[in-house]
Design a protein around this ligand. Structure first.
Ligand SMILES: [Zn+2]
Length: 608
């Protein structure tokens, strides 16, 4: 989940005081890689292939860069890159959430095909073939450097990378996903570049998180910036420039493919959404996409013809995957939803975006968008239609005025989902599940009716007509109740959350926040109901199990606390709160050997 920040404390410290330092925990080792096809027959030897650098700028709106027409931007390095390559004026992401969008970038698949529909509770299945796996098999050195734990090893996104760096977990407990600045990412990148094997081409993926809230740019970028958010984008711009300077030799030799994009944009208050996760409106899904081709790249056009080119046809982040593979001379797998960007433009194309987050976290209608160069259709219990152009945001809803277009686009979306689904999915639904053994344990301690996956995924064309849609009022009410400093004291926030849950009993995110706040304020008797309802709806909610464990721990129900913590850790083995609390309970019960095992895990993860 990508909620506004800062939030009420995410991680509970119960029992003995828990040192924050203990939470310096890292993700798991990379999983075994799925077999990947080898290079194309007759393809160039590895040493003759271009190196590839892919930057993903988290939360960076296209219309906040100078090269996309924002006159207050301070993004000279990105503007320079656009002038030296191709700027895609109408690129859209598949989902306004970090893990689903990055999964699309690295697999070339729509979210319903790679199976990752949200951040929390999902992981990219090993059944997917990723850029790192395919390029690694073709003789590339592969290295990924991510700035936030949401893209850590536990998310499955690291599959195929020989070198993978993620931030240490838990140093900043008030943040949902611990993260580091671009300068810290770059320090690791530079170490790797200095030591790399120069006889091989490389695939280097760099993720920056600076533009993600909270916006706190360093003073040199804050000064004179149009907003703190824009200051963060300037910091990212400088970081991209520093990496490109280090790669000047490869670039000047015409042996570097450079791609810059974003996983999604940021609402900045558009229709009530400050951050991102819910809507599929343009501020959320229109992303920058800049490509600087190697000398032999550029497909139909030839590399040099693309200097300073601007493309206005609709493209998607799923197109990055076949573009990279083509430049590397590696055959793209048949399972690929993207189109090679070096090929001729398709002005009539429509691209897909979705957000199931409203459904999975709030019980609101999911949103599915099909966007072309002129019209954009958003499917939900209340369809919407907008006229769009590069750099514009949604204005008047044209649904009533243009029923013919609505019907046509609705039919197109239906066909798109059907045809792509028929092509096959990795495992249909990448939700993290409870195994049967764990379900049996939970049943034994009194939690009946908890199945492995909870609420089913919605069927887009048979949505319950009564399902409410996200609106500015709903979003603002939710944000005010869950964010400190927006007008409520803690007891008032709890009261407001209780009211929302009475009105919308499937408001999962509110149940989560309410349960946590009740435990933190030791109102454990009241905490059981919201937490148990949350876990019936989303049994894979690791935080929910952690909080329920804390609730039991405070009440002295240690056996139940232990099982809840173990469930949380089954779902997210790196979850620092449950790990530390589990050690404390075991120590309290005198179960020294078990406690020592848990402590060992904590220490081992600190060292990784
Ligand atoms: Zn993101």
């Amino acid at each position: 989940m990508h909620p506004p920040s800062p939030r009420y404390h995410r991680i509970l410290a119960v029992g003995l005081a828990i040192a924050v330092a203990l939470w310096a925990v890292l993700g798991r080792k990379p999983r075994s890689q799925s077999p990947a096809p080898g290079p194309t027959a007759g393809a160039p030897a590895a040493a003759d292939r271009p190196s590839i650098v892919l930057f993903t700028l988290d939360t960076t709106r296209a219309d906040h860069l100078g090269c996309y027409g924002f006159d207050k931007a301070r993004t000279p390095r990105l503007d320079e890159l656009a002038a030296a390559g191709t700027r895609f004026a109408l690129a859209r992401t598949t989902c306004p959430l970090t893990l689903p969008a990055h999964s699309s970038i690295l697999t070339g698949l729509e979210p319903f095909r790679h199976g990752v529909r949200d951040n929390a509770g999902y992981r990219l299945s090993d059944a997917n073939a990723t850029l790192a796996e395919l390029l690694g098999a073709a003789g590339y050195e592969t290295a990924g450097f991510v700035a936030a734990v949401v893209l850590g090893r536990a998310s499955g996104i690291a599959q195929g990378f020989t070198t993978f760096e993620e931030p240490r977990r838990g140093n900043v407990p008030e943040r949902v996903y611990p993260s580091v600045r671009a300068t810290e990412v770059n320090a690791k990148v530079f170490e790797w570049l200095a030591a790399r094997d120069r006889s091989k081409p490389f695939f280097l993926w760099i993720h920056y998180y600076d533009a993600h809230s909270p916006y706190e740019p360093p003073p040199e970028y804050a000064m004179g910036a149009a907003s703190p958010y824009d200051g963060e984008i300037s910091a990212e711009d400088a970081a991209v420039g520093e990496v490109l300077d280090r790669l000047a030799d490869e670039r000047d030799a015409g042996r570097l493919l450079t791609i810059v994009t974003a996983d999604h944009g940021e609402g900045l208050g558009f229709r009530g959404e400050q951050t991102h996760a819910i809507y599929v409106y343009e501020p959320l899904v229109h992303v920058p996409l800049l490509v600087r081709w190697p000398a032999k790249g550029g497909g139909d056009h030839g590399g040099s013809a693309l200097v300073g080119a601007v493309r206005a046809d609709p493209v998607s982040v799923v197109d990055i995957f076949p573009t990279v593979l083509d430049a590397a001379g590696v055959a793209a797998p048949l399972r690929c939803d993207g189109v090679d960007l070096a090929r001729a433009p398709q002005p009539d194309r429509r691209v897909y975006s979705e957000s199931l987050h409203p459904w999975l976290n709030h019980g609101w209608s999911p949103l599915y968008a099909l966007s072309g160069a002129g019209l954009k259709y958003i499917h939900s219990t209340q369809p919407e239609l907008y006229a769009v152009a590069p750099g514009s945001v949604e204005g008047d809803d044209l649904v009533a005025k243009r029923p013919g277009d609505v019907a046509e686009l609705r039919g197109e979306l239906q066909a798109f989902l059907r045809d792509h689904t028929e092509l096959g999915t990795a495992d249909g639904d990448g939700r993290v599940e409870l195994d049967s053994e764990r379900q049996a344990v939970l049943k034994r301690i009194g939690y009946v009716g908890i199945d492995s996956r909870g609420i089913p995924l919605p069927q887009p064309f048979s949505l319950d007509a009564d399902l409410v849609r996200a609106t500015s009022e709903r979003l603002e009410r939710y944000t005010k109740a869950t964010t400190p400093g927006l007008g409520f004291t803690l007891p008032q926030a709890i009261e407001e959350l209780q009211k929302i849950v009475e009105e919308e009993p499937s408001e999962i995110a509110v149940l989560d926040c309410l349960g946590r706040l009740l435990v933190e304020t030791k109102r454990t008797k009241e905490a059981h109901a919201p937490l148990e309802r949350l876990l019936k709806l989303r049994p894979g909610h690791a935080d929910g199990w952690g909080n329920l464990g804390a609730c039991h721990q405070i009440e002295g129900n240690y056996e139940k606390a232990i099982e809840c913590y173990k469930t949380a850790l089954d779902l997210d083995p790196t979850s620092p709160g449950p790990l530390v609390n589990l050690a404390i309970v075991l120590e309290h019960l005198g179960r020294k050997d078990e406690a020592a095992e848990v402590r060992k895990k904590i220490e081992a993860q600190k060292k990784q």
